[in-house]
Design a protein around this ligand. Structure first.
Ligand code: FDA
Length: 318
């Protein structure tokens, strides 16, 4: 493991949870300029504009209204309203293809999951309201994965919702040691699963911390999903993982409609286009909204070059 993975990454991820740093960063005009590289604006019309541009290049989208770790019921209600407004804006362009081109992604912590009283029940009800709105709009929903202390609660909410919305997908993180078993369960149930490496700073007791071990775990989990009955969503920018997909798909007789690639907005855009131009389904994760801090800092932690880009922008300000 390099010095970035051992030292810088955990420190940056700790900063993602700091309210003080968040307040400072949000006040700096220069941060906003750098944030725009990763975030598609603050409002629904801005998110819809980016969606239209991506769709016109043959890519599909999943849109995330930024926000996490909500501490009040009012904020959770506000998040539900924002999703309903977004779904209203999407419904005119939704189509009923087997693979839905439009999707929204949700963080249950933004819907009240961590509230001290009845958090899980509140998040379930809020997610249910959004799923019902998405069904009416012809849009899919996928539930994001957050830190490992939330995984049991999140998967239990997803199981519950899937009894009514069988198209509901969820994210599983390959760095968690438990994920092989979770992949086997959800693949057997025929679920849509977005497999990612994982973006939080997790202890060695529950997660692989060495980057090569994470990639190995990813490839093992992907094989389980490809062999199963569900719909694998390969969420990675890693060339080694992307190169492994065609032969796995062939091995398990999966055609283009039976899996998809996913990448984050503005990350490896050329590779996204290459895969889409080759006839694959490619979905872009498009975050928008005011609460960009946590998402932005996790992107800095993923790659030394992103941190350098940010620090250079800060230095140029002087
Ligand atoms: P890796 O980090 O090894 O990167 C491989 C290469 O990709 C890099 O060398 C670089 O070229 C490029 N790259 C990767 N990240 C980059 C970045 N930030 N900026 C520029 N280039 C970059 N995580 C989570 O815990 N819960 C979740 O719900 C989700 N959801 C999610 C959805 C989607 C659609 C994606 C693509 C990812 C997530 N993630 C996530 C994030 C995920 O866990 C992981 O942190 C990142 O995808 C980076 O891992 P890679 O697999 O891309 O490989």
């Amino acid at each position: 493991m390099g010095i970035f993975d051992r030292v810088a990454r955990p420190a940056i991820l700790a900063a993602s949870r700091s309210q003080r740093l968040r307040a400072t960063a949000e006040r700096l005009p220069v941060t906003r300029r750098v944030v725009d590289r990763f975030v598609a604006g603050e409002t629904v019309p801005e998110a819809l504009d980016v969606t239209a541009t991506l769709r016109s290049s043959g890519r599909m989208v999943t849109i995330d209204y930024l926000g996490e770790d909500t501490t009040s019921k009012e904020d959770a209600d506000h998040t539900v309203e924002a999703y309903l407004a977004l779904l209203d804006g999407l419904k005119d362009t939704a189509d009923g293809s087997k693979v839905r081109p439009l999707e929204v992604s949700l963080k249950l912590s933004a819907l009240g999951q961590a509230l001290p009283r009845d958090g899980e029940k509140i998040a379930l009800e809020n997610a249910h309201t959004i799923c019902a709105g998405a069904r009416d709009a012809g849009v899919w929903v996928t539930v994001d994965a957050e830190d490992h202390t939330t995984t049991d609660s999140t998967l239990s909410i997803v199981r519950d919702l899937r009894t009514e919305f069988d198209w509901l997908g969820t994210v599983l993180q390959a760095y968690l040691k438990r994920t092989r078993a979770d992949c086997a369960e959800f693949a057997a149930a025929g679920a849509r699963i977005r497999l990612c490496k994982g973006a939080y700073d997790e202890p060695a007791s529950v997660a692989y911390r060495d980057p090569d071990e994470v990639t190995d775990s990813y490839l093992t989990c992907l094989r389980i999903l490809m062999a199963g009955r569900g719909y694998p969503m390969v969420a990675s920018h890693d060339p080694e993982i992307i190169a492994a997909v065609p032969s796995l798909a062939r091995e398990y007789n999966r055609g283009v409609d039976d899996f998809e690639y996913q990448m984050l907005y503005n990350i490896r855009d050329g590779e996204q286009r290459r895969l889409a131009d080759a006839g694959n389904h490619v979905r872009v994760y498009v975050p928008f909204g005011y609460e960009w801090y946590g998402y932005f800092v996790r992107r800095l932690a993923e790659r030394p070059a992103n941190l350098t880009f940010f620090l250079r922008a800060l230095a140029e300000r002087r």
